[in-house]
Every structure is written in structure tokens, then in C-alpha cells.
Design a protein around this ligand. Structure first.
Ligand SMILES: O=C1O[C@H](COP(=O)(O)O)[C@@H](O)[C@H](O)[C@H]1O
Length: 262
């Protein structure tokens, strides 16, 4: 039987979840560097960047605990069609929470924001972002799908991830790497997103979900599935998907927790 997604649950975000997430990200970083000398990662917006900052801005605990920022190539798992200094921009959020706080003297990551020249045309915005992936991952002709070393994803209270929403036709997209959405049920309505095949194709996928507000949807994802986008990622990725959650987010959820280890 195919192995299932890993569920790691921690009593405290700051004291347990963040250090475990850090260890996990660094192990993915080292695997990516061994494969192709860079670390290709895509990140979500929402509540994720804050937790990510808690994990990655912490002081190193030893010589092997190094975030090699200058080797990181950062893409966005989804982005809203707004200027890069807009409060709704996932780039702006990551910049505020993490990128602007990198310690002085640290090498800088290569960051791939959307091209805001195309904000009025979401199809073109998505196509241009796909071209950025093509340039990074070699051509679409030579690569069927880009393979990210790691995707760092959030989970909305409705079970959406990236800008893939429950019941939306985008869940059936099979050819585009990046797709536009103009009717996001969560504002702002116009966005672009990595598609499900790209998401499930990543080497590793880490979801972060915290707080009691996620409890009901976590039950649905882990007990019923019900075609929810997060559940579809779990089904497509199996053990390559790992969930970093706090105890509040999974209170009452019947699904085996694993002790965290690399
Ligand atoms: O709209 C979005 O929401 C999701 C989930 O956000 P959260 O605040 O519930 O963690 C996020 O992962 C996505 O990137 C964002 O565009």
C-alpha cells in the first residue's frame, strides 16, 4: 500500500514546531544542493511566512544547522495580482516577515516575484511566471514538469492550498505549470497559482497549519479527504508530504501522528 502523508504535531509553535521545520527545511536544502547545487523552493503566503521566519531566523544550533541563503531560489506557490508593495501581496508578506530580516552579512537568496507589468491580464501574468520557471528548470520541452526541491504550503480554513480552491475547475488543470484564477472565493479574486500536477511533483512538500481555527478542516482533510485541495496533494504526494501542525490544529483528528525525525 502507498505510504501516506506524515503528520507531525507539536505542543508549541515557537519551541517545537519551528525548530523541527527548520531541521526539515535544512535537510531538503542539503538534498537539493547535492542534486543541482541550488535549492529551489516555492512558498505560500497567509500565516506561513511568520512561522517560517520563526524557524529560519533562529540562531544555528551547530555546524550542520546552516541556512545557505545564497543558494536558495525562491518562487511563490501562489500570488495575488497586486503590486509588490501591496498589503495583499504574498511577496510583500514574505519580504516583511523574512527577507528583510536576514542577518547582515548573510548571502541573499534569488527571489522570483511576479512581473507586475501584467497585473491587468492574469493569463499573461501566469504565463510570464511559468516562463520564469522554464528559465530556472530548463525548457518545457526538456522537462515535463518542474521539480521543486521543496514546497512550503499553507492550508486555508476551507482546505485550499496555493490558490487551488475546493471544487474549482483549476483542480482539473493538467497541462499548465502556472494558472490564473479570477474568481478566488477568498479576496483578492485575481491571482496566479502553481497547478496541482506541479505541486504533487515536488521532491518534498511541507504544510504548516496552526491554531484551533484549522481543527475542523484538518478533520475533513485527514479523515474524509472529500476532494479538498490539501487532501488531493496528500493523495498525489503520499509520504513526500509532511504536515507541521500544532496540537490545537489537530485536536480530535483521527490520523496517526509520527514522532518527528529526519
Ligand atoms: O490566500 C491564501 O491563503 C492560504 C492559506 O492562508 P492561511 O492564512 O490560512 O495560512 C495561503 O497558503 C495562500 O498562499 C494564500 O494566497
Amino acid at each position: 500500500m502507498a505510504k501516506q502523508a506524515n503528520l507531525y504535531s507539536f505542543p508549541s509553535v515557537k519551541d517545537n514546531l519551528a525548530p523541527a521545520l527548520r531541521a526539515y527545511v535544512i535537510s531538503c536544502q542539503e538534498a537539493g544542493l547535492a542534486r543541482h547545487s541550488v535549492f529551489k523552493v516555492a512558498v505560500s503566503g497567509g500565516s506561513l511566512p511568520k512561522t517560517l521566519a520563526q524557524a529560519l531566523l533562529a540562531p544555528p544550533s551547530g555546524p550542520n544547522d546552516e541556512v545557505k541563503w545564497d543558494k536558495w531560489e525562491i518562487f511563490f506557490a501562489d500570488e495575488r495580482a497586486v503590486p509588490l508593495d501591496h498589503q495583499d501581496s504574498n511577496y510583500f508578506l514574505l519580504k516583511q516577515e523574512l527577507l528583510d530580516k536576514l542577518p547582515a552579512g548573510t548571502g541573499q537568496p534569488t527571489v522570483h516575484p511576479i512581473d507586475t507589468e501584467y497585473l491587468d491580464d492574469t493569463q499573461e501574468l501566469a504565463d510570464q511566471y511559468e516562463q520564469a520557471l522554464v528559465r530556472s528548470f530548463a525548457s518545457r520541452d526538456s522537462v515535463k514538469l518542474p521539480i521543486f526541491d521543496l514546497l512550503l504550503l499553507g492550508c486555508g480554513p476551507d482546505g485550499h492550498t496555493c490558490s487551488l480552491f475546493p471544487g474549482h475547475e483549476l483542480l482539473r488543470e493538467t497541462s499548465a505549470w502556472v494558472a490564473p484564477i479570477e474568481d478566488s472565493p477568498k479576496p483578492p479574486p485575481k491571482r496566479i497559482t502553481l497547478t496541482l500536477p506541479v505541486v504533487t511533483h515536488a521532491v518534498r512538500i511541507a504544510f504548516v497549519a496552526t491554531g484551533g481555527g484549522k481543527k475542523e478542516i484538518m478533520k475533513q482533510i485527514f479523515e474524509e479527504g472529500a476532494g479538498l485541495p490539501c487532501a488531493l496533494v496528500n493523495e498525489g504526494a503520499g509520504e513526500r508530504a509532511s504536515w507541521f501542525v500544532d496540537n490545537d490544529a489537530v485536536e480530535g483528528v483521527s490520523y496517526p501522528r509520527r514522532p518527528f525525525s529526519l
